[in-house]
Design a protein around this ligand. Structure first.
Ligand code: PLP
Length: 390
């Protein structure tokens, strides 16, 4: 059977492949430490679970408005105003099953053959995959260790053309753990102003920012009208399996994106949206506690990686990923990561799973216990001297 041609342009996420291989090894009785998946290992805070239970008991089990229930659109607008300083009305908020559909709907709405999309390399693999799927041309903006893996606004300015329809930013960043400064954001804003081009600001890790405050490009002068501000409950509230994302859209994009929602999923689960209202309006203490614990684990993993001979690792400014440099081992980062899984029982991802500019690095998620992180570091230190490139 022949598949549609567009399917050859659709990529995937290597994390799921590594998870499969790890499961095979576990089936053989091996102990594997999972540092490959970007998922908080905390329970969803109790008040959110209770709100979902109440919503189910109250019968919020039917279809609801395609762009989201009014209470959640209101709560999400107020939340973005409070946490990002962005003043957007509720009718510009769209609620989706997870944040990923926001990427999908935005690229399908804006981009087609002949258009260009700038995105970070390394970066979340869906940016490139969905750009190609839409028929547009992905234009990678390399992130370099010498620039603390931050997107360089001058480079963005030099890559923007009349064909650029969208510039994708991700701060804090997956996989590098970097975060853009206000100055970086102002530089990107200056590069897109006056052009027929939107910005998609992927801020799903905004709550995991360690030393400094998170800043959003949407808060800069005139930018809210050309920025799709993407956020969701997955990472901030440990709600990955609930599938709840939200975005502030420029006014003219709300209707076409809602049409895509109607054509694909009709609406986001009704009772889940009621739980999300509790997440966005309820106590923030559980998120603060998760952030503090991630910060503690970050320090353990970064210090431990830097103690391993021939490995060096910058201290991430946000998210929950360490991105150590393993170039001195020779061979590809994929070989190093596969070796670590087979020989050390440590599952992690190779930098090139996020784009060619990720060569030479590994991504280790520290959404795991300090004890497991320490065990993983010990196993890596023992196994790495035996790695032979080939
Ligand atoms: N954006 C980035 C940078 C991510 O890392 C992820 C998930 O890993 C997402 C978006 C998607 O999040 P969600 O689980 O809400 O679909």
């Amino acid at each position: 059977m022949k598949l549609a041609g567009r399917m050859s342009r659709l990529g995937t996420e290597s994390a799921f492949e590594v998870l499969d291989r790890a499961a095979v090894l576990e089936g053989e009785g091996r102990k594997i430490i999972h540092l490959e998946i970007g998922e908080p290992d905390f329970d969803t805070p109790a008040h959110i679970v209770e709100a979902a239970e109440r919503a189910l008991a109250d019968g919020h089990t039917g279809y609801c408005a395609a762009p989201g229930i009014p209470e959640l659109r209101e709560a999400a607008a107020a939340f973005l105003s409070r946490t990002r300083g962005v003043d957007v009305p509720a009718h510009r908020m769209v609620i989706t099953p997870g944040a990923k559909p926001i990427l999908f709907y935005t690229l399908m709405t804006l981009c087609e053959r002949g258009d260009e999309v700038l995105y970070p390399d390394p970066g979340f693999p869906m940016y490139e995959s969905l750009t190609r799927f839409a028929g547009a041309t992905p234009v990678p903006v390399p992130l370099r260790e010498e620039n603390a893996f931050r997107m360089d606004p001058d480079e963005v300015a030099s890559l923007i053309t009349d064909r650029t329809r969208l510039v994708i930013l991700n701060s804090p960043h997956n996989p590098c753990g970097s975060a853009m400064t206000l100055e970086d954001l102002a530089g990107v804003a200056a590069a897109v102003r006056g052009r027929d081009c939107y910005v998609l600001s992927d801020e799903v890790y905004w709550a995991m920012r360690y030393e400094d405050q998170h800043a959003s490009i949407a808060a800069l002068d005139g930018m809210a009208d050309r920025t799709i501000l993407l956020d969701g409950c997955s990472k901030s509230f440990a709600m990955t399996g609930w599938r709840l994302g939200f975005a502030a859209y420029p006014r003219e994009l709300v209707e076409p994106v809602t049409r895509l929602l109607i054509n694909s999923v009709s609406c986001t689960a009704n009772f889940t949206q009621h739980a999300a209202v509790a997440a966005l309006t309820g106590p923030f203490q559980p998120v603060e506690e998760m952030r503090a614990e991630f910060a503690r684990r970050r320090d353990v993993i970064v210090e431990g990686l830097n103690r391993i001979a021939r490995v060096s690792c910058r201290t991430p400014a946000g998210a929950f990923y360490a991105f150590p440099n393993v170039t001195s081992f020779g061979g590809s980062s994929e070989q190093v990561a596969r070796y670590l899984l087979e020989e050390a029982g440590v599952a992690c991802l190779w930098g090139t799973a996020f784009g060619p500019a990720g060569e030479g690095y590994l991504r280790l998620s520290y959404a795991n216990s300090v004890e497991n992180i320490r065990d993983a570091l010990e196993a890596m230190e023992a196994a790495l001297p035996g790695f032979e490139a080939g």
